[in-house]
Write a protein that binds this ligand. Structure first.
Ligand SMILES: CC(C)(COP(=O)(O)OP(=O)(O)OC[C@H]1O[C@@H](n2cnc3c(N)ncnc32)[C@H](O)[C@@H]1OP(=O)(O)O)[C@@H](O)C(=O)NCCC(=O)NCCS
Length: 163
């Protein structure tokens, strides 16, 4: 087994300005735009942790809490919240700030599973993580419950439809 590293060692922060093409007819950001940003920061963070290429295995949950308007600033923060043998669970939180009022809001929260792969796409072992702060401890300790839910979901029958 690889040596465990602090959760914070691959923490990543990205800042984005929300522009008119990113928004819909209500001048609020497209959910898909936020998903693309989440996918990108999950990839960067997981690659920093795994020290190799990673792929997105699943978007486990995404919750949109408040709309974001054109001209606001998005701040995305990602951390490896727990690991399996080759998979990493990423926790991503997104805040928006209105520059004129200074009001900062929680916008989106997401858990994503990324898998480390070699050049042939075969899953590779990753180092475990350990928490250091109180918040990290809560995230880390609840990881086993989320892993169990993911496992149960994957065991449920699916692919019902032929489209
Ligand atoms: C993710 C992928 C590498 C898994 O490959 P696989 O042959 O199923 O490998 P395994 O069954 O050995 O699973 C490897 C790990 O991925 C996890 N995993 C696989 N599918 C998963 C899913 N749908 N959700 C969450 N975790 C998943 C497994 O639990 C395992 O984790 P562990 O080693 O920590 O226990 C493969 O399905 C793949 O390449 N998918 C496409 C990825 C991609 O292209 N993403 C971009 C968007 S399309």
């Amino acid at each position: 087994m690889l040596e465990a590293v602090p959760m914070g060692s691959s923490r990543t922060i990205q800042t984005r300005l929300v522009l008119p093409p990113d928004t819909n007819h209500m001048s609020t950001i497209f959910g898909g735009k936020v998903l693309a940003y989440i996918d990108e920061i999950a990839a960067i963070t997981s690659m920093k942790h795994a020290k190799m290429q990673t792929v997105t295995a699943s978007f486990d949950s995404v919750d949109f809490y408040s709309p974001v308007r054109s001209g606001e600033v998005l701040e995305l923060e990602a951390i490896v919240s727990s690991t399996g043998r080759t998979s990493m669970e990423l926790y991503i939180v997104v805040h928006s700030t209105n520059i004129d009022t200074g009001v900062k809001k929680l916008t989106t929260e997401s858990f994503v599973t990324m898998v480390a792969v070699d050049t042939n796409g075969a899953p590779q072992e990753v180092a475990p993580v350990f928490p250091e702060t109180e918040q990290e401890k809560k995230l880390f300790e609840s990881g086993s419950i989320r892993r169990k839910i993911r496992k149960e979901k994957r065991e449920m029958p699916s692919k019902f439809f032929t489209l």
